[in-house]
Design a protein around this ligand. Structure first.
Ligand SMILES: C[S@@+](CC[C@H](N)C(=O)[O-])C[C@H]1O[C@@H](n2cnc3c(N)ncnc32)[C@H](O)[C@@H]1O
Length: 222
């Protein structure tokens, strides 16, 4: 499904979030705190927007992992921006990372956890590869709490966005119909928080953005 939409994925994101998607990613990078000399692992990195934002914030190295080669092809085409650290792109599975235990300072996953077959397995992998003082950052769509905004958001994501995004992508796979369904059926905010705690994460925080359309979760490894 992601292979079918890879070529126009970034354009669709910018258009259908009215440019907010990059602001959400930059906020996640800020939430990670000081990154100097650190090692960042961006899982389900897709075309590389979040990995690129991290790479410009001062770490030593960023590794982007995704299991769709076509998304990674788009990521590899990105010219390295000024002041960016090296980024490596690799095919891999969030639930079975080919990454050493206790070796990463920051693990991030943006709009990816919802797509993983077992989010709990992925969270356990993130915990395994993070150093004890490391941080996990999750960015994921959610349903706004305000009923009016939730209703408007549902109309937009169920009836407008799938039509325009599929047209732009020339997609017949139904990828953009899957998106609103996956958001509505995914774990609630409190269930994500509980899953994080069950996997051994502490100091879990939720940071809602844009009326709660999107939520960042920050958790510590120790
Ligand atoms: C909606 S895209 C998000 C891409 C990117 N993180 C962003 O911020 O735009 C979801 C990505 O998750 C990847 N994905 C889904 N399941 C995965 C898994 N088990 N392991 C690695 N990547 C996965 C897909 O290939 C896709 O590129």
């Amino acid at each position: 499904m992601f292979a079918a939409i890879a070529g126009s994925y970034d354009l669709n994101n910018r258009l259908h979030s009215f440019g907010l998607d990059q602001r959400w990613r930059r906020r996640v990078v800020k939430l990670a705190g000081g990154l100097e000399g650190k090692k960042v692992l961006d899982v389900a990195c897709g075309t590389g927007d979040l990995a690129e934002a991290f790479a410009q914030a001062g770490p030593n190295h960023v590794q982007g992992i995704d299991f769709t080669p076509e998304m990674l092809d788009m990521a590899r085409r990105r010219p390295l921006k000024p002041a960016s650290c090296p980024i490596t792109w690799e095919v891999g599975d969030a639930m079975d990372l080919d990454v050493e235990t206790d070796s990463v300072d920051v693990v991030s996953i943006a709009f990816g956890l919802r797509n993983v077959t077992s989010p709990e397995k992925a969270l356990a992998e993130f915990r395994r590869v993070l150093r004890p003082d490391g941080k996990l950052l999750i960015l994921e769509f959610s349903e706004p709490e305000n009923p009016l905004i939730r209703g408007l958001n549902r109309v937009y994501t169920n009836h407008i966005m799938p039509v325009t995004a599929s047209l732009i992508a020339g997609d017949r796979s139904g990828a953009y119909r899957y998106l609103p369904k996956s958001v509505e059926t995914f774990l609630s905010r409190s269930a994500i928080e509980s899953a994080l705690k069950s996997c051994g994460f502490s100091n879990v925080r939720q940071i809602p953005m844009t009326f709660g359309v999107c939520v960042a979760y920050l958790a510590e490894g120790s």
